[in-house]
Design a protein around this ligand. Sequence first.
Ligand code: NI
Length: 389
Amino acid sequence: MPVNNRIADFHDEIAEWRQTIHQHPGLLYDVEETAALVSEKLKSFGVDEVVENIGRTGVVAVIKGRKSDSGKVIGMRADMDALPIVEKNDSPYKSKYEGKMHACGHDGHTAMLLGAAKYLAETRNFDGTAVVIFQPAEEGGAGGKAMVDDGMMDRFGIQEVYGLHNMPGVPLGDFAIRSGALMAGTDEFTITVNGLGAHAAMPHNGNDPIIIATQMVQALQTIVSRNIDPLSSAVVTVTAIHAGKAYNVIPQEAQFYGTIRTLDREVRAQVMERMHEVVNGIASAYGAEVDIAIKEGYPVTVNHDAQTDFAASVAKDIVGEGRVVTDKLPVMGGEDFSYMLEARPGAFIFMGNGDTAGLHHEEYDFNDEAIPVGSSYWAKIIETAMPAG
Ligand code: NI
């Protein structure tokens, strides 16, 4: 079965929703406009139940099949939030809010899942219950966790959960997935060197926290290059350094921060251990105090075996065997669908966005041609997992 014909019929309508969402981006949990649009559309489709404000601004809707004897309940999730980026596109549906932009395609994810909800509510050609999940705050706010913490899985009886993300540079309609770790766990570190400042011309009277901090930044590069097994994966990236504010003063303090990405707990623990040893060792060598603060971020996104096989088979049904990669290499980006996968078995899949600018780029735009493929994927997940018989 290729793309669902009925869904292809309302391709233009779904693209219109996508572009409306694109024009009104919201950051993190401030997605009220999009949540309102989602909620209003779902109600107009005649779904069985729409519940707002789960995980603060998340929306969940329930669509019951023609039969519900199977007792199965499957969740499908889209994210609704945008990014703090000034859009550089000149499309007629360019962001109306300067400095906010749908640069990760969550507008497309939301529209495609709405399209599937419309189709499923109209046809009900399945035996069980479909739950559509629209979450806020994927981009660093752990909206997925907020929804899980709000009891979403139990409240709606969700047994399995599926997620999808578009992927620029991958041909339109191609899918990629893997069992096990698909995306990295993310941690943020902040390292503060409390040293002894001095007159810039009398450096011997202090211990110069700038020199100490820059040595730490250099030494941290050896964790990945010299401590982690070359066949394992880790990232330690320093993204900011702050110290001083005068030409003639050595400051008292230097601070730098960044991100750690790993694909399993053991490597993560090894990175943490070495980070403490290296930083504390350098601080002690120069007689400075140091504070290391770690903020645990999203867990590793781990796909479950059976659900990964199932998701891949559904994708193959739509676009053909040759267009679904099932041994995709993991990506070191993070994804908060990981919290839902910790709560229930499921799978996260990538779908090609064609030759567009990359994710989080000021010229990125979700490819509306992908809509029928993505919406068909969602509809087919439900109709295949819970066949009407
Ligand atoms: Ni994203």
